[in-house]
Design a protein around this ligand. Structure first.
Ligand SMILES: *[C@@H]1O[C@H](CO)[C@@H](O)[C@H](O)[C@H]1NC(C)=O
Length: 129
């Protein structure tokens, strides 16, 4: 007796500490519309389902529309990752959640920003919250 409660408490603690965990950077530099990456660079259509491997990423479903906020500069031997959020009228709770996804999973349909800035990424770009 008593074990189930202990387990529940431990899981609760793990979930709390996981909320502000700092993850490895996916890249050192990124391209954005401005220094704060507050502008949408482009809109894109999801080509295939993508399941987020960890909390830095967002999951995508084929056919969804995403707003692209930044494009990480590919590291040698690494993948190409962009950040963005899913546009959806049906899943309102998903809107505004920004995360990374492989650029190969989407096709840009509309570009909004022609002038972009290249800036270094910071640790906070890869915080999980
Ligand atoms: C990131 O940008 C800095 C400054 O432009 C540059 O020195 C560095 O080599 C870049 N790193 C990568 C991995 O592209």
């Amino acid at each position: 007796m008593g074990y189930p409660l202990v387990i529940v408490l431990c899981v609760g603690l793990l979930q709390q500490t996981a909320q502000a965990v700092r993850m490895d950077k996916l890249a050192d530099n990124k391209t954005c519309g401005d220094a704060e990456c507050s502008y949408v660079l482009s809109m894109a259509t999801v080509l295939d389902d993508f399941s987020a491997p960890d909390c830095r990423f967002i999951s995508l479903r084929k056919g969804q529309t995403v707003y692209v906020y930044s494009k990480l500069t590919p590291e040698e031997g690494g993948g190409v990752f962009w950040s963005g959020s899913v546009y959806s009228t049906r899943y309102v709770d998903q809107m505004g959640i920004i995360g990374y996804f492989p650029a190969t999973m989407v096709r840009e349909t509309q570009k909004f920003m022609e002038d972009t800035v290249k800036i270094p990424t910071t640790d906070t770009d890869f915080y999980c919250d």
